[in-house]
Design a protein around this ligand. Structure first.
Ligand SMILES: [Zn+2]
Length: 476
């Protein structure tokens, strides 16, 4: 008896703008986009989310599709909308966003993980990442592989606001400590020659790696770039002449910007990124302190404490335009800013739409050593997040810890305070102690369970608070 032919799902590798650069490399099932008509691909709203340079009408179309989709398929939002009496069929785009309830990381942490994901998505087959140490609260994030590629691609193309990119591009990324298994898609495609320089590597080794790689783009955490730049001699700095230094993950202080400019003699740019979206906004090439919203990836709102549009500085909320796997709608970020200008306004640099000013996040302190050395606060935070990884599944964070604080006492010792929830997990606890002991580079480090966080003399909360006499490193 002949074996029946099994009809295989159809695939394509030429779906979006991103695909022109070879993305996605994986074969992508068309059914993921809700389109499979004949052999062709129809650019419906489900695909529009991956388009670059979206128009206002296209953003409305993507939002309308997104809201209807999550209201039907994502239990977290289905319940949220039902409790708020929202009829998603009446939603018509950005002007209706204010009618939707807001969401927060706390709400995501409180909900079962499967309720935050689109029904039918298998979390084990999704791409996973997690909020980084700069966010203060751990959360595992899920994306489909095309969503992950789009996110990476949009971050990469964002650099074109400052300098023309000729592929393959050589990038050195300074500071990241998150372990990366294998090469990223960009590397495997040969688009990017990426070198990661961990911030906890001895500075002499960081210098040697940088001089060997000679990147076109130098990027990373400002506090790590500052320490590396400080350690370079003039002749070494002359050998590294990147076209651009792109700072991310922390607020770029003027002193750090001046030092980087003086050392590398090139344009210094600041990018406003978060793990939940990728690039949220990019610094205006003409004016520092002005950030243009990345309209390809998100819609940003700035709201006051009552949830209305803020007149001045308010809390930043984001709606992710492309993630249908774990959607973020009107999701609160831990940052404050002012939204300036009507949507029709155009900046002197040519960017359209409103922009952010007075952008500020929390402020963390450098960690100091008795011999005068300093360490970026993000290195400790990221090490702590490595300790949070679920045993046996390093791409997922254990839900055991709600929030944390790291305190450096006057005697240089470190104290890690964990707001623990749920049953005690001895394995995760040991991981945390081990990662922190390794990251603290000889400083005594203890871990404790408590929700009694400490404030500065001015009453502010810092995730990394040092009582040693060093300068502050601002973060966002
Ligand atoms: Zn501009």
């Amino acid at each position: 008896m002949p074996t029946p032919r099994i009809r295989r799902p159809r695939y394509t590798t030429t779906l979006t703008d991103a695909a022109r650069f070879g993305y996605p490399q994986r074969r992508v099932r068309l059914s993921e986009y809700g389109v499979a008509r004949g052999w062709g691909v129809r650019p419906v709203a489900g695909l529009l989310r991956f388009k670059l340079r979206k128009t206002t009408d296209e953003i409305d179309s993507v939002l309308t599709h997104l809201v209807r989709d999550v209201g039907r398929w994502v239990p977290f939002y289905r319940d949220l909308f039902r409790n708020a009496g929202i009829d998603v069929a009446r939603f018509r785009g950005a002007r209706d966003l204010a009618t939707l309830p807001r969401s927060s990381k706390d709400a995501f942490q409180e909900s079962p993980e499967r309720d935050c994901l689109r029904q039918g998505r298998d979390p084990r087959r999704c791409a996973r990442t997690s909020t980084s140490g700069s966010t203060g609260a751990p959360l595992t994030l899920y994306l489909s592989h095309p969503e992950l590629y789009f996110r990476r691609y949009s971050v990469l193309t964002g650099l074109r606001h400052y300098t023309p990119l000729r592929f393959p591009v050589r990038v050195a990324d300074v500071g990241s400590m998150v372990p990366h298994g294998g090469r990223s898609a960009e590397q495997s495609l040969g688009i990017v020659h990426l070198l990661r320089i961990p911030g906890n590597m001895p500075l002499a080794e960081q210098r040697a790696a940088l001089l060997r790689h000679r990147p076109t783009i130098l990027q990373g955490y400002p506090t790590c770039l500052e320490l590396l730049a400080e350690s370079l001699s003039e002749s070494e700095a002359r050998q590294v002449r990147p076209l651009l230094v792109a700072c991310r993950g922390e607020q770029l202080r003027q002193g750090t910007r001046d030092l980087l400019k003086q050392t590398f003699r090139t344009h210094i740019a600041s990018l406003y990124n978060c793990e939940e979206v990728g690039n949220l906004a990019w610094e205006c090439p003409d004016r520092a302190d002005r950030f243009h919203v990345n309209r390809d990836t998100c819609v940003l709102e700035v709201l006051d404490s009552h949830g209305s549009t803020a007149d001045g500085q308010g809390d930043v909320f984001v709606t992710n335009l492309y993630n249908r796997t774990m959607p973020f709608l009107r999701y609160r970020l831990d940052d404050r800013a002012r939204l300036v200008g009507p949507a029709e306004r155009t900046c002197s640099c040519g960017a359209a739409g409103p922009w952010l000013e007075d952008l500020s996040g929390g402020e963390d302190d450098f960690v100091s050593f008795p011999d005068g050395r300093r360490m970026s606060p993000l290195l400790l935070s990221n090490a702590l997040f490595d300790g949070f990884r679920a045993p046996g599944d390093p791409h997922r964070l254990s839900p055991s810890v709600r929030r944390y604080q790291i305190i450096q006492e006057e005697d240089y010792s470190l104290r890690v305070i964990l707001d623990w929830r749920g049953p005690f997990d001895a394995v995760v606890w040991r991981q945390i102690a081990s990662e922190m002991n390794r990251a603290s580079q000889g400083l005594r480090c203890t871990v404790e369970r408590s929700a009694a966080f400490e404030l500065t003399a001015a009453g502010k909360f810092k995730e990394v608070l040092s009582r040693a006499p060093v300068g502050a490193a601002q973060r966002f």
